[in-house]
Ligand binder design. Structure first.
Ligand SMILES: *[C@@H]1O[C@H](CO)[C@@H](O)[C@H](O)[C@H]1NC(C)=O
Ligand SMILES: *[C@@H]1O[C@H](CO)[C@@H](O)[C@H](O)[C@H]1NC(C)=O
Ligand SMILES: *[C@@H]1O[C@H](CO)[C@@H](O)[C@H](O)[C@H]1NC(C)=O
Ligand SMILES: *[C@@H]1O[C@H](CO)[C@@H](O)[C@H](O)[C@H]1NC(C)=O
Ligand SMILES: *[C@@H]1O[C@H](CO)[C@@H](O)[C@H](O)[C@H]1NC(C)=O
Ligand SMILES: *[C@@H]1O[C@H](CO)[C@@H](O)[C@H](O)[C@H]1NC(C)=O
Length: 379
């Protein structure tokens, strides 16, 4: 029975001696040792669609938000691709959803600095940024913002300006310190910032404007040179990018995420579920798994479970559960193939109310994962 001893443990663990604590496995790459030796292009990266556009107290739960938690929380929970739209506002480059009057998530520089800080703190992780270049910023303009955010040292520069047949492994990217992959949709020239990769030179995508759960499609949509032609897309060596988010028409041609269907859309059963869609696309691509899967409200489903399945990951390590502080997303614990992860708030609430948190769950305390046992927590 967990009781006061759990509290005592929770609040004293920061001073626990090194011998009592088994540190998380630092040999993992993107949360799993099994991924280190695999090519960046051969594994599946979970993507948070419109990562900086958050539906939480800070935006008054804006309908223009596509995620419940910010980019730092997303990355810590296992997201490895973050997308956003860059717009020009007051002569600065901002991240805005459709238009800066709808949802302005601040400057691109501030967001890149947030990602830079996360990369500093997580030396075994490779992160991909995809920016929609809504107001046609040049490579020099974007490059200047990347410089100001002091993130260019991490940026990977491709060996070619066209599709690459063999990308480095995660371990190679980690060893080289080039753990930031940057794609821009689109960029006419990158001669002043070679690490800014023109998205559709390297990637092809399936359709994204889906408003019916039965209408998800694996067919290539962009770039137009491979549209509708899976064989051409595959043989072009571009990376398969699977959009998987469901919108609903709310009239006047405006679409917003279909939140009511999100558990199915990001889940593993029901019409339009993520697992079936991913498996269907993998088959359609002759066994090639999508390199990227892009979802709204990434913590629902949870989408990461499907990505773990595609990556054959059963030993995920170092993930931090979402904090369970969003009143519109109070699902609490997150269950993945490697266990159930609970937030501290939820655990404390459980203990206060006399409930016994499930034995075998994991919790992140003081920088380490702890496993909840019958009488307390072990690290
Ligand atoms: C860390 O991962 C390596 C490689 O899979 C494994 O051999 C080792 O036992 C792991 N260490 C811990 C402490 O889990
Ligand atoms: C992200 O969200 C978490 C949890 O709400 C918060 O603690 C943190 O300060 C936020 N980070 C940024 C950079 O906004
Ligand atoms: C920029 O980041 C590097 C590490 O990536 C760090 O060593 C350096 O101090 C940073 N520079 C500034 C001005 O913050
Ligand atoms: C679903 O796809 C079909 C065939 O492409 C199309 O005719 C139909 O309009 C789509 N339905 C919706 C709601 O988008
Ligand atoms: C649907 O999937 C969830 C987990 O994602 C599982 O708990 C549930 O049992 C499944 N339902 C059916 C009918 O398979
Ligand atoms: C996972 O296993 C499947 C089935 O063996 C295989 O097709 C796929 O390439 C593997 N993926 C990774 C990332 O290891």
């Amino acid at each position: 029975m967990l009781s006061l001893s759990l509290f005592a443990f929770l609040f004293s663990c920061a001073s626990a001696s090194a011998s009592e604590i088994m540190r998380r496995n630092t040999t993992a790459c993107n949360n799993s040792p099994s991924l280190c030796s695999l090519s960046y292009g051969e594994i599946t990266h979970l993507g948070a669609h419109d990562s900086p556009f958050v539906r939480d107290a800070s935006t008054d739960y804006s309908d223009f938000g596509n995620q419940y938690y910010n980019t730092t929380v997303q990355l810590s929970a296992g997201v490895r691709l973050v997308t956003g739209q860059v717009h020009k506002s007051d002569n600065e480059w901002h991240l805005c959803h459709s238009d800066c009057t709808y949802l302005d998530a601040g400057t691109l520089e501030s967001w890149l600095s947030e990602i830079k800080a996360w990369l500093d703190d997580n030396p075994n992780d490779v992160v991909t940024v995809l920016l929609v270049n809504s107001d046609d910023a040049t490579d020099s303009e974007l490059g200047a913002v990347f410089e100001s955010a002091n993130i260019t040292d991490y940026a990977y520069t491709p060996s070619s300006t066209s599709a690459i047949s063999s990308w480095p492994t995660l371990q190679e990217l980690i060893d080289d310190g080039t753990r930031l992959m940057t794609f821009i949709a689109s960029l006419s020239s990158n001669s002043n910032a070679a690490y800014l990769m023109d998205e559709f030179a390297y990637i092809w995508e399936n359709p994204y404007d889906v408003t019916s759960a039965s209408n998800f499609s694996c067919l290539p949509d962009r770039p137009s040179t491979v549209s509708g032609d899976t064989a051409a897309a595959l043989s072009s060596n571009r990376l398969p990018f699977m959009n998987h988010f469901l919108d609903q028409d709310i009239g006047l041609g405006i679409q917003e995420p279909d939140v009511s269907a999100i558990d199915t859309t990001n889940g593993q059963n029901g019409t339009g579920n993520l697992l079936t869609s991913a498996d269907t696309c993998k088959s359609a691509y002759s066994g090639r798994q999508p390199t990227f899967i892009l979802v709204d409200f990434f913590d629902k489903g949870p989408a990461i479970d499907v990505v773990d399945k595609l990556n054959n990951v059963t030993d995920a390590t170092g993930r931090v559960a979402v904090p369970d502080t969003n009143k519109e997303d109070d699902s609490g614990s997150t269950t993945t193939s490697s266990g159930t992860y609970v937030g501290l708030t939820e655990l404390v609430d459980d203990v206060k109310s006399g409930a016994n948190p499930s034995v075998g769950n994991w919790i992140w305390v003081g920088g380490d994962w702890g496993s909840i046992l019958g009488g307390g927590i072990t690290f």
